[in-house]
Write a protein that binds this ligand. Sequence first.
Ligand code: ADP
Ligand code: MG
Length: 191
Amino acid sequence: MNAQQLKARLLDLATTFKNEEAHLTALDRAIGDGDHGVNMLRGFEALKDKLDDQSVESILKSTGMTLMSNIGGASGPLYGFSFVKMAQVAKDEIDHETLVALLTAFTEAIAARGKVSGGEKTMYDVIHRAKDAVENGETVTLKTLQGYAEDTKDLVATKGRAAYFKEDSKGHVDPGAQSSVYILNALIGED
Ligand code: ADP
Ligand code: MG
């Protein structure tokens, strides 16, 4: 993938999040405050005017800065910081090795910023599994990623607002796990 392809994929996420807004809202209503759909849409709609498309690095960095200042909530700083960290390992052609480096930066950024590890029912559960699968040479499609998000359903949340729901958080897919499916699909791009 080159810079122009990455740009197109990230800008397309505005349409994806428009289509998925109600779905993400419903998920966040069940175990949060119901703002995740509108948060993600606001962040990616702002990208149209803010994306700096000179290079893969500038695309990732400007995406991070835009998400940080437009998404809000817990997820804004998490996704925003992750894109800024991915920009630091960017190369202008995203081959397999670079993709692994990007996903490693994404995983480490969420772990550091969210003070989170696997099994806590967050976006991290999808992100670190996607990184491991790509690193192992597995094919990671939208369906693969959706499977990782579905696996958060039976977990009890221990981070973020969902943690207040304790055992009642069981039975619902984590909203951030669901939004990360679309972001990862744009970066990995098998579909
Ligand atoms: P808020 O919880 O402030 O309303 P959002 O609804 O936009 O923010 O985002 C909620 C999502 O953020 C959760 O579903 C979860 O995936 C993610 N999240 C919250 N706290 C953390 C954390 N400490 N580490 C990783 N992800 C987190
Ligand atoms: Mg919320």
